[in-house]
Design a protein around this ligand. Sequence first.
Ligand SMILES: [Zn+2]
Length: 57
Amino acid sequence: MAQKRTDKIVALVCSECKRQNYITTRNKVNMEGKLVLKKYCKFCKKITEHKESSKLK
Ligand SMILES: [Zn+2]
């Protein structure tokens, strides 16, 4: 059975300390451009912007 995959796994990297804090999936069909989310960073101990990175550590 062929399964159509439209989402891809991406990392969310803190824009301040550049650490990878989250892994999420991204649907290429309904999302354009770079994903930026406000998330809590346990290293910065505050909510920062997390940017999408396709590089998974
Ligand atoms: Zn951080």
